[in-house]
Design a protein around this ligand. Structure first.
Ligand SMILES: Nc1ncnc2c1ncn2[C@@H]1O[C@H](COP(=O)(O)OP(=O)(O)OP(=O)(O)O)[C@@H](O)[C@H]1O
Ligand SMILES: [Mg+2]
Length: 356
């Protein structure tokens, strides 16, 4: 089965993970992330942001695994009933797994092995849990060559996971948390505790780690889009740490990803905020009779809206809800589309922002 690479327990040697280059990059990453945290708070309704970013992250992270969907398919699936394509379902599951993890971290303030299993189970929709059978290896997708063999014995996997959690839950090395995040991500992927879904579970753990360490209040940093765009480096650098024990390039990669995606998300937040303000003022002017702040917020929380949503949110009759949505379409804020037997109202300008 190829050579067994002995995975070392945490922590790594300090001088390997706290180099001058890393410390320089660290301040850029931490600043960008700090700005993102502050900026996120300026959106009056946090659900708008969480919904938008989490779905995007679910889409991107699944794409790393070649699960390709479109934004439109996803929103349709969230809004309408009926059967969904397998790929759409996987992304929707990933989204659910982020929310599940977020809830655990918020309520409990730490993770257990069983919590990681819960997150992974939500993604892959099976109960296999931590690997019990040998045979899992990591291959180069192109050549089929085995690049890394993770631990095979369940007892060893569990032992390594407990060690992983000791450093996830408490900053034992007193390292900067963003360096720790990179180390933890490598370690989790190298333990590779499951038959499938390790990449996606590990990327959710990254977001949860940021929340646990108060770098973010809500799950809105989508590193997966960066990893997607720099995918071969991602694999190459995880592999480099396996092979050589040299951490610098890999940690720099993750830190740059944090900086880059923070800045992109800040842009996105500002665009959403501007559109929200314009939409509110348009509705106030051109639809003053039906204008309500919650109605406009709703079409931002649910870029694909429907009568039911309005009924629930505003506590009005179906007839009124239908009238509201039609009015918003009339003044150009929404566009209706028939999907199966349902009519959905799409906030197209918002979708455009989210797509970019
Ligand atoms: N050499 C390596 N060492 C450690 N981890 C690796 C290595 N190569 C790849 N990985 C990790 O393994 C993940 C793939 O594992 P798996 O198929 O279980 O996860 P997934 O979530 O289904 O896939 P994906 O990450 O592609 O979406 C990669 O995303 C990466 O994080
Ligand atoms: Mg997989």
């Amino acid at each position: 089965m190829g050579q067994i690479n002995n995975l070392e327990k945490l922590p790594p040697q300090r001088n390997k993970i706290e180099t001058l280059k890393i410390l320089r990059q660290l301040s850029f990453s931490a600043n960008a992330l700090g700005e993102l945290k502050g900026d996120a708070k300026t959106i009056p309704n946090q659900t708008i942001l969480i919904n938008a970013v989490v779905l995007q992250e679910a889409k991107e992270s699944s794409e790393i695994e070649n699960i390709i969907t479109t934004q439109d398919q996803l929103y349709k699936a969230l809004t309408t009933s009926g059967k969904q394509a397998v790929q759409v379902k996987e992304v929707i599951n990933y989204r659910k797994a982020i929310f599940t993890g977020f809830k655990i971290i918020k309520e409990q303030g730490f993770l257990r092995v069983s919590d990681i299993e819960t997150i992974q189970k939500t993604i892959v929709e099976n109960n296999a849990g931590v690997r019990t059978m040998a045979g899992t290896v990591l291959k180069n997708e192109r050549t089929g060559e085995i690049v890394y063999t993770p631990p095979q014995e369940k007892s060893e996997i569990l032992d390594l996971l407990v060690n992983f959690l000791e450093y996830f839950n408490i900053n034992r090395m007193d390292l900067h948390p963003l360096i720790n995040l990179a180390v933890l991500h490598y370690q989790f992927e190298s333990i590779h505790p499951f038959y499938d879904g390790n990449g996606r579970t590990g990327r959710i753990l990254n977001i949860l780690y940021l929340i646990l360490n108060n770098f973010l209040d809500i799950p809105i940093l989508y590193l997966s889009s960066y990893i997607n765009q720099n995918k071969s480096d991602y694999y190459r650098l995880l592999n480099k740490v396996n092979k050589t024990g040299e951490w610098e390039e890999y940690i720099l990669y993750i830190l740059k990803g944090i900086e880059e995606t923070s800045l992109k998300t800040i842009d996105k937040i500002n665009n959403i905020k501007a559109l929200l303000e314009v939409s509110i003022s348009t509705a106030r002017k051109k639809a003053s009779k039906i204008y309500r702040k919650e109605l406009i917020e709703l079409i931002f929380e649910q870029p694909y809206s429907k009568i039911d949503f309005v009924v629930k949110r505003l506590n009005v009759e179906r007839k009124a809800a239908s009238r509201y949505l039609k009015k918003l379409e009339e003044i150009g804020l929404l566009k209706s589309e028939k999907i199966g037997r349902e009519v959905v109202y799409i906030n197209e300008e918002l979708i455009d922002i989210l797509k970019n």
